[in-house]
Write a protein that binds this ligand. Sequence first.
Ligand SMILES: Nc1ncnc2c1ncn2[C@@H]1O[C@H](COP(=O)(O)OP(=O)(O)OP(=O)(O)O)[C@@H](O)[C@H]1O
Length: 252
Amino acid sequence: MKNLVIGEHIVKSFGEGDEKHNVLDGVSVDINEGEFIAIMGPSGSGKSTLMFALSGMDSIDSGRITFDGSDISSVGEAELSDLRRSKMGFVFQQSTMLKNLNILDNIILPSIRDNRKNVAKISEKARVLMKRVGIAELEMRDITQVSGGQLQRAGICRALLNSPKIIFGDEPTGALNSKSAQEIMDIFSEINAGGTAIMLVTHDAKVAARTERIMFMLDGKIVSELKLPKFDGTDIDSRVEKVTEKMWEIGI
Ligand SMILES: Nc1ncnc2c1ncn2[C@@H]1O[C@H](COP(=O)(O)OP(=O)(O)OP(=O)(O)O)[C@@H](O)[C@H]1O
C-alpha cells in the first residue's frame, strides 16, 4: 500500500513565553492511498491542528510532512495552494458556503475561480456529483433553503469536484442529527470505495466505527490506534463497541 501522506515528528505550538505549549508534540503519522481514517480524542487534544498541518492549511514549527511525494513543510504558498486545490478536498462542520449564491454556484465556485473557460464542463461534473449524493433537484436553491444534511452533501460535492486523492473532514457530521450523520457516512463510504482516501476528525464513536483505522490523540500525541476491517455495511454494533472500549481504555 502506497503512502499518500507522511507526517514525521510534527511539532506545533501556540502561545508565547510561559503560555507556550506544544499542541502537536512530535506526532508521526502515515496515511495510505485509499485509506479511511478517523482521529478521536478529547476537546483540545490537537485533532484539528493535526489535520490542518497534514493538509498544509497551517504551518508547523518542526518536523516534516510529505504529501504525494512533495515535501509540503518546505514548499511556498503558491505551490501549496495548487496542491490543495488539485489533490485535497475539505469538508467542515459548519457550511462555508455563500448566502447569495445558489447551491450549484457554491459547489463550482472554487474550481471556476482559476478555470473560467471550463464553467460548463465543471457544472456538468457538479451535477453528476449532486445526483450521486441525492441533491440533484436542489441546484437552484439558496443555501438558506436546504437542510443541514443537504448542505453537507453540497459541501462533499464541492470537495470532490477536482477528484482529490484525499478528503479531510473536520467533524463533518458534528452538526447533524444521527440519521443525517449516518447518511453522510454512507456517502463517505461510497467515495472511499472509489479509491479516495478520507481522514475525519470526530467525537462520535459511530462515525469512527465506519472507518478502518482510528487514531486516538491525547495532549498533542497519538497515544493509540485501532484497526478495523473495511466497513462492508454489517456488524456496526460490534465495531462501535470496539471503538468505545478503546475510548474507555484511554480515558477519553
Ligand atoms: N490559532 C490558535 N491559536 C492559539 N491556540 C490555538 C489555536 N488553534 C488551536 N489552538 C489551541 O490548540 C489546542 C488544540 O486545538 P485543536 O482545535 O486542534 O483541538 P481539537 O482536538 O480539534 O479540539 P475540539 O475537539 O474541541 O475541536 C487547544 O488548546 C486550542 O485552544
